[in-house]
Design a protein. Structure first.
Length: 64
């Protein structure tokens, strides 16, 4: 994915950490943060900023 898009996702996140939500509560972890596709790239998701989010490694694995 383009570095420009990654940078925009980090800026949008404003240091709030993992964007995973469960029961209306945001994870917020600052540990091992990764850029993730909302709709997976392998499933036709694009590298657009709107399709990217910040997840901690735990929740990024959870999405599989």
């Amino acid at each position: 994915m383009p570095a420009k898009n990654k940078n925009q996702v980090w800026i949008r996140n404003r240091g709030l950490g993992c964007e995973f939500t469960a029961d209306g509560k945001r994870c917020g972890s600052q540990h091992a943060l990764q850029i993730d596709h909302v709709r997976g790239f392998a499933r036709g998701g694009r590298h657009d900023v709107e399709n990217l989010r910040v997840l901690c490694a735990k929740h990024n694995r959870f999405e599989w």
